[in-house]
Design a protein around this ligand. Sequence first.
Ligand SMILES: *Cc1c(COP(=O)(O)O)cnc(C)c1O
Length: 410
Amino acid sequence: MNNVNGSGKTWRSDRLSQLGSSIFAEVSEWKRAASANGMDIIDLGIGSPDKPPSESVRKALSEAVLRTDMYAYPSIKSGMPFKEKAAAWMYHRFGVTVDPANEMVTILGSQDGLAHLALAICDPGDIVLLPNPGYPIYAASLALAGVQAHYMPLRSENNFLPDLEAISQDIWQKAKFILLNYPNNPLSAVADLSFFERLLEKARKHDVLVVHDLAYCEMGFDGYKPPSILQVAGASEQVVEFHSLSKSFNMAGCRIGFMAGNREAVGALRELKANIDYGAFDPIQEAGIVALQEAMNETDCTNIGTLYERRRDTFIAALRREGWEVEAPKATMFVWAKLPTICWDSTIIWTSRTISREMLKATGVVVIPGEAFGTEGEGYVRIALVEEEDRLLEAAERIGRFIRGEHVIN
Ligand SMILES: *Cc1c(COP(=O)(O)O)cnc(C)c1O
């Protein structure tokens, strides 16, 4: 599209078109249309927690906001209190020792760190190993940096782990880093320490940095506590791990997290970010300190996982009653559901996209087509457990009527 002067210039870079799937925009449009038709929308599409942070976190934030010494550029201060607390929490939660001064950088949410990592540690033309399906910013960050993705399919027959042996020696030799995320969004798959050990062995052999996105470490179910890859002995030489307070402490809007691990990579990201933003707003760092301290004070395991475990149990049981046999996740706030069989309309080719679209039109329930996360996501939809149990039950009933075609018959 040309500008009004017809000069041929456009004020939208080609780069923007590489930022990821247009399906998310499409889903928003379906949702807007259904809402305009008077449909009651149950939005299980978004990956944003529906609860607020604890009261003490909100108090800490509001008290800090009233202080007069909180308004300088945050980077002028050391930012050490937040990083020291984060390091203490890493030790408490995982038994991992991180040097907060040299092995940790504070970020404006993992999204910020993930978006900028390739720019900080890669050069154009480098190769990076990415999961397919994968969280959208992974591929987008490579596009921004002119870095080439080599995709690793994550398939159910392999428990949604990459087949490390299927990656050629040549690719291993060339790759700058490998990016993984367990517990996984959108797959809700988990990885144990023995997988991480095998991964690190490969990575060391070929000197590939392992980048692990651990956004869902506090959302394990049935007593399962997702591990940090930094628990593997000597891992910090070869690894950086992203941590986010968004999902663990319902602080998504606060924009704070940290990356911990290899000094050189930490230093590179810090250097890039020093030129882009000047750090996280100090009151948010104060609130983050309280959230992490509170997590360390917990004596039982009444963390955020308990809430999502109950929702999972309610929702999965309800969907099964409606005839949709979905697998129960061990972690995260997502259900990765194989498409149900739809028999009532043979004129439609049922893909993750058409099922999501027709289901939203008929029921008002929003889910994300698996295809939005990569080609390997076809055949699935992602359902986020971000509503109260009564709404999840209502959603399951409506979905059941849709699968059986009752909305058409009546
Ligand atoms: C939500 C999410 C993030 C982003 O978290 P922020 O810290 O809020 O930026 C990163 N990775 C995954 C897999 C997520 O689901």
